[in-house]
Ligand binder design. Structure first.
Ligand SMILES: Cc1cc2nc3c(=O)[nH]c(=O)nc-3n(C[C@H](O)[C@H](O)[C@H](O)COP(=O)(O)O)c2cc1C
Length: 325
């Protein structure tokens, strides 16, 4: 069977050009271990709300087999609020870190000194320039289709823009859920795909059952981009990076009335209670437009292998489109 091999496979010493995106708190150690064992690369998301001890535990799970590698996903404003996460990210010796939703330049040199590769998710031409000037090793073009926090430009236009800016490996993120999507971005020149939402449904992720049920029941028209949940949770994301979440009753009620929500104690209390109870009609559930492609729970290995095999088939078929007459 022919298989896909790109510059990313050489850089990270992986079999498949697939990175399991950092997703806080869902992308933990067990998911990273399973993705890595399947021959892809996995990022563990370092969440603002998770303790150093708990994050260390997740890393230990990822590393429970000697030689297994992993990456760490960091967010620029979280590093400002919790600088100890920077020390932790260096201390646990990942192969690669990502620094997203802000300027990675204050941190790149520190990681480089420790032999750690640096990636950054970018959402526009401007952020791609910032990441390249900072000297990152890998640029992730994150389109608006993506789950979680993202920008407003679609994956395909953004990918074309970023590919024209650099010879460094560029990964595509946002909306890639099966081999067709991976084949499309590889054919365009990406070195791989940075995939989040499909891994929310992996058996090994930390996604609660109620969230899995809601993802499975949602189609591609049912996500929204909103800063509502950042406002209520005092998150530091800039307004240009709202979060893509599955539309729910709480959003329907308060989506265009955030100021009023913040002045309504019952709304704040309902949200807190929804989070505590795991009620996704109230609590936020970040997921991308690819929810419409997803219809079953699989192991991380199956997700990786199915995407890689289907993409290889697509690329093989696409090569038949070439003609010399
Ligand atoms: C639930 C969830 C949480 C996320 N958390 C983070 C995060 O903490 N840090 C980060 O850099 N990206 C985060 N992302 C964005 C992913 O890194 C990635 O860009 C996105 O999942 C790719 O698009 P897709 O969801 O369509 O596959 C998150 C995405 C989701 C769905």
């Amino acid at each position: 069977m022919p298989h896909l091999h790109t510059a990313l496979c050489d850089l990270l010493e992986i079999q498949h050009p697939i990175v399991n995106a950092p997703m806080t708190p869902q992308a933990g150690g067990a998911l990273a271990a399973a993705v890595s064992d399947a021959g892809a690369f996995a990022m563990i998301g370092f969440d603002e709300d998770e303790s150093v001890e708990s994050l260390r535990e997740q890393v230990d799970i990822a590393r429970s087999r000697p030689g297994r590698q992993f990456g760490v996903g960091l967010v620029a404003w979280v590093l400002e609020r919790r600088p100890e996460l920077l020390d932790l990210a260096i201390d646990v010796r990942p192969r690669m870190v990502s620094i997203s939703f802000g300027d990675p330049s204050p941190y790149v040199e520190r990681f480089r000194r420790h032999g750690i590769l640096v990636a950054s998710q970018v959402q526009s031409h401007k952020w791609a320039r910032t990441a390249l000037d900072a000297g990152v090793d890998v640029v992730v073009a994150q389109g608006t289709e993506a789950g979680g926090h993202t920008g407003s430009v679609g994956t395909l236009p953004l990918l074309q823009i970023v590919l024209a800016m650099t010879e460094k490996p560029v990964l595509a993120a946002g909306g890639i859920a099966c081999g067709r999507g991976l084949a499309a971005v590889l054919a365009a020149g990406a070195a791989g795909a940075w995939i989040g939402t499909p891994f929310l449904l992996a058996r090994e992720s930390r996604t609660p059952q109620a969230a899995r049920d809601k993802i499975l029941a949602s189609d591609e028209t049912q996500t929204v981009l909103t800063g509502l949940y950042d406002r209520i949770q005092n998150k530091g994301f800039a307004a240009e990076f709202p979060g893509r979440a599955i539309r729910n009753a709480f959003f329907e009620r308060w989506g265009d009335r955030a100021d009023e929500m913040m002045r309504t104690p019952a709304a704040l209390e309902a949200f807190r209670e929804g989070k505590r109870a795991g009620d996704y009609d109230t609590a936020n559930l970040y997921a991308g437009q690819s929810v419409g492609v997803l219809n079953r729970i699989r192991s991380a290995r199956k997700i990786v292998e199915e995407i890689a095999a289907e993409a290889a088939g697509c690329i093989e078929r696409a090569s038949a489109l070439l003609t010399r007459d």
